[in-house]
Design a protein around this ligand. Sequence first.
Ligand code: NCD
Length: 372
Amino acid sequence: MKKDVRSVISILDLTREEIESLMDTADEIERDPEAFSEVCRHKQLATLFFEPSTRTRLSFESAMLSLGGSVLGFSSANSSSASKGESVADTFEVVSNYADIIATRHPKEGAAYVGALHSSVPVVNAGDGGHFHPTQTLADLLTIRRKKGRLNDLCIGICGDLKYGRTVHSLIEAMQRYSGISYVLISPEELRLPGYMTDKLKAEGAEYVETADLEASMPKLDVLYMTRIQKERFTDEAEYQRLKDSYILTPDKLSSAKKDLCIMHPLPRVNEISVKVDEDERACYFYETYCGKQMRMALIMFLLGLTKDGAREVPKAPAKMEPKKVLRDVISCKNPACISSTEQELPQVFELADEEKHEYRCIYCDSLVRYQ
Ligand code: NCD
């Protein structure tokens, strides 16, 4: 990252304490929004969205406007110079001269990371392909904390597209920092959690089961996180057609659920939650969007070093473990959705992930490659 600028590409770029303090700020914002209405005066947020979005982009923009700042940006690759062939690196070099902070979404995994390498202002990843979506996780965490009163000791069911669902990957990374968490990972065989995520869960000794059966799992869940089957990430349309209706949550399927279950969904939904469930007081998915704006307000203030009582220093990013071994331009990433497959002259960089299995992790998209 340039000049030690603090960016949020993965949820692990924020410490647990920082996330908790963001949630406290969000609670303060909820109590007294007026007190925050001038905090970002004269500051600009750029939203660089190379992929469609309703909630995330509008939520970021609404957050900045409610802080008294202004917004600029684009909402599709077609309306940016990406359509002329401009690289992500160049776009971020340029836009960081116009804005104080950038929120970005891109179909390629690792794009926000590459953007941050070339930006002189903080970059927030608002979704990179099927990889990560840390600010949705901030919304999810606040929702769980407010609805359940805790982030420890929860059985979390995650259902649907666990392979391409980026919100799922970020949520699991965040919940791994809490104790007493168990996961029921509910998906068709083809859409199970990617290897880099299950490897991590195993290495951390997480308690999880993988199953295809939503109804059998229902009674033990404290949280049920439903997800959309990510049509746009499939390379095989026939496979999407076969899997798209895998799970549809209806009121009758909830009959065996806990009375205080928290039903979540990052939205947009297609048909995976029947609208009849909306009337159930356990439905929290629209409430998540309400929490999301407050968390984005808190995050923008944090990254810009602003509080309602004036400026403060932005803390240094949490230290990362030094990789045991780095390979540069020795092997190449096999993931067609990785930013390294399209970005000009981007070095292929891998870090040793598992010495015994001879596995290396792509620094952009996290996918694993064997090399001996
Ligand atoms: C999610 C996303 O874009 O990953 N939406 C969102 O930002 N709330 C989920 C999805 O598209 O299915």
